[in-house]
Design a binder for this molecule. Structure first.
Ligand SMILES: CCCCCCCCCC(=O)SCCNC(=O)CCNC(=O)[C@H](O)C(C)(C)COP(=O)(O)OP(=O)(O)OC[C@H]1O[C@@H](n2cnc3c(N)ncnc32)[C@H](O)[C@@H]1OP(=O)(O)O
Length: 133
């Protein structure tokens, strides 16, 4: 395992307050599962929008990282369709929409166990030199 970046807030195994996400690829889609707790909420029972945004940011950028690129998010847009509840096993998925040189146009979504999409993401992910990350 690579020793760098183990304190990533979203995926680092050493970060004691991180989300400790793990990932898999299914049918050209990058996927993680996450169950938010009260420490991740804004309003009672509702996942903080910044955490939802983090989940989407991570799934989209890390897909390009997993494919071997030093990926950073250049632009991120989140549509919060409905409140995302804590205490439910969320599925977060991201996929490539298009590639233009070293920029990837990405999309993603957060789903409840019943398939309801609570948030949608769009991102532009850039591949940069290793020295920059
Ligand atoms: C275990 C490790 C975990 C791995 C997964 C990590 C997931 C985390 C994801 C993140 O959150 S990364 C942190 C948040 N993102 C950043 O900190 C990125 C900060 N921004 C940059 O580093 C640079 O702005 C960037 C690399 C995105 C682009 O700078 P460049 O110098 O490479 O691009 P340049 O300025 O030469 O522009 C090239 C083209 O891209 C366009 N461009 C640049 N930045 C853009 C941008 N932000 N949005 C849209 N377009 C952009 C720019 O207009 C131009 O288009 P044209 O050629 O058509 O003129």
């Amino acid at each position: 395992m690579e020793e760098r970046n183990q304190w990533c807030f979203a995926c680092g195994r050493l970060n004691p307050i991180g989300l400790k996400l793990t990932f898999r690829e299914e049918n050209n889609t990058y996927v993680t599962n996450f169950t938010a707790g009260p420490e991740h909420q804004g309003y009672d029972g509702i996942v903080h929008g910044g955490i939802v945004s983090t989940l989407l940011d991570e799934i989209m950028a890390r897909y390009i990282y997993a494919k071997g690129g030093n990926a950073v998010t250049a632009r991120l847009e989140v549509r919060y369709r409905q409140p995302t509840p804590i205490g439910q096993a969320l599925t977060v998925a991201g996929w490539i929409v298009a590639q233009r040189g070293r920029f990837y146009e990405m999309a993603g979504e957060v789903r409840l166990p019943d398939g309801t999409v609570t948030a949608e993401g769009k991102a532009l992910v850039a591949v940069v030199d290793q020295a920059k990350v």
